[in-house]
Design a protein around this ligand. Structure first.
Ligand code: ATP
Ligand code: MG
Length: 377
């Protein structure tokens, strides 16, 4: 007969927290697990979460806050000898040359971990005489967790996504353009507990359906990390107006700065309505002309709430590697139209005063209320 099995879920950082915060985080993590795996039955016990019922480990591995998972055989303490031999047989321990037992026990018992390791070690070697114990570099490890009268046996710790539970830090708007950077930036903030409201600004006359489709695809790729993620699309004609105003003044080189400042205002406006405490962008130091220290200062000047740029110190190769790892890369490289408003020689050392004056001259920049309202998009 197959033994009863449960999943052991390990989470981190929770132990750094005070008792009430820890409990809140654990509750959030369990709620997030239930949302993704509705037919599982999670319960919490002394710094661990256990799961029975229907569990898809691939889905479990993508839940933020989970560090690793293990599928365990559950055997009663008084059936441990038979249970561990059956476990060794099913896991083909005979194929290894060396092994180690890792014992952990919680609760009051008449034996120490060491006593138990010796007894079980002798038992296993009695059955498999060729096996040697190697505590430093074993081919196989067998973990035994004894919790009062129940033992959990496993031999694998499957790494999971890590981070902290989604939602415990509140909500952030993410400015997403479907490129390689912005989905990765959003992911990094999600991994640190922030629920994301992704916002795409459809620059009328300059971006088209290919850009929107690509952005939608990247958001689908992020759905495994936040099942209720929903892209908000804001149509906006400001760029066309601003571009014309700048051209008339021979100042096209400021186009991208005015455009991004407008996006920052839209992000702040959506954030206010969504109860978000900031927004995240995919900007990285020096990556393109608009991302110099001077220009980032000009952009930040337009942010009325905190702006987070988790990729600021990343090389492009780092971002690409991460995009592949988290599963957004393929969506980000589907063909889409380039923005035709990008000037041949964009300003790289703009000043806040110049840009504010130009904004004043081309006007209507603060009029985002109606535009950012998705019902009017
Ligand atoms: P990505 O950052 O997605 O790879 P990109 O590098 O082409 O795209 P940039 O022009 O460098 O984008 O813009 C920097 C940041 O501004 C983006 O990371 C994103 O956060 C935001 N952004 C750019 N275009 C848009 C858009 N159309 N809608 C919403 N946000 C945008
Ligand atoms: Mg970029």
């Amino acid at each position: 007969m197959d033994p009863e099995q449960v999943w052991l879920v390990r989470y981190s950082e929770v132990f750094l927290k005070s008792e009430p915060v820890r409990r809140e985080w654990e509750r959030t993590l369990i709620r997030n697990i239930k949302r993704v795996l509705p037919d599982s039955e999670p319960w919490r016990e002394r710094g661990r979460i256990w799961l029975s019922g229907v569990v898809d480990p691939e889905k479990l591995k993508s839940i933020f806050g989970i560090v690793s998972i293990s599928l365990c055989d559950v055997v009663p303490l008084d059936g441990l000898s038979g249970g561990i031999l059956a476990f060794c047989e099913r896991r083909d321990i005979a194929e290894a040359a060396t092994f180690a037992l890792r014992i952990r026990h919680v609760g009051k018992h008449s034996f120490t971990s060491r006593d138990l390791a010796e007894r079980l070690g002798d038992l296993i070697r009695g059955e498999y005489p060729h096996l040697r114990v190697d505590l430093d570099d074993p081919e196989r490890e067998i973990f035994v967790e004894v919790r009062d009268g129940t033992c959990y046996l496993f031999d694998q710790k499957i790494p999971a996504v890590g981070g902290i539970p989604l939602g415990v830090e509140g909500t952030l708007v993410a400015l997403v353009s479907g490129g390689i950077d912005s989905p990765v930036a959003a992911y990094l903030m999600m991994r640190r507990g922030c629920r994301i409201v992704p916002v795409y600004v459809g620059l009328e006359g300059y971006l088209d359906g290919t850009n929107l489709a690509r952005t939608e695809a990247t958001i689908e790729a992020l759905r495994r990390y936040q099942p209720d993620i929903e892209l908000m699309v804001v149509g906006d004609g400001y760029l066309a107006r601003a571009r014309q105003g700048l051209e008339e003044r021979g100042e096209e080189r400021y186009t991208c700065l005015l455009c991004k400042r407008r996006m920052y205002r839209i992000a702040a406006d959506v954030a206010r309505r969504e109860g978000a405490k900031g927004f995240v962008t995919g900007e990285s130091m020096g990556q393109v002309a608009s991302q110099t220290l001077d220009n980032l200062a000009v952009l930040t000047d337009a942010a009325t709430i905190p702006v987070y740029r988790p990729l600021i110190g990343f090389d492009k190769e780092d971002v690409v590697r991460l995009a592949r790892k988290i599963g957004t890369f393929d969506a980000s490289i589907t063909p889409a139209c380039g923005c035709g408003a990008v000037p041949a020689r964009p300003a790289t050392a703009a000043t806040i005063e110049t840009v504010r004056a130009l904004e004043e001259a081309v006007r209507n920049v603060d009029d985002v209320g109606a535009l950012a309202d998705p019902d009017n998009a």
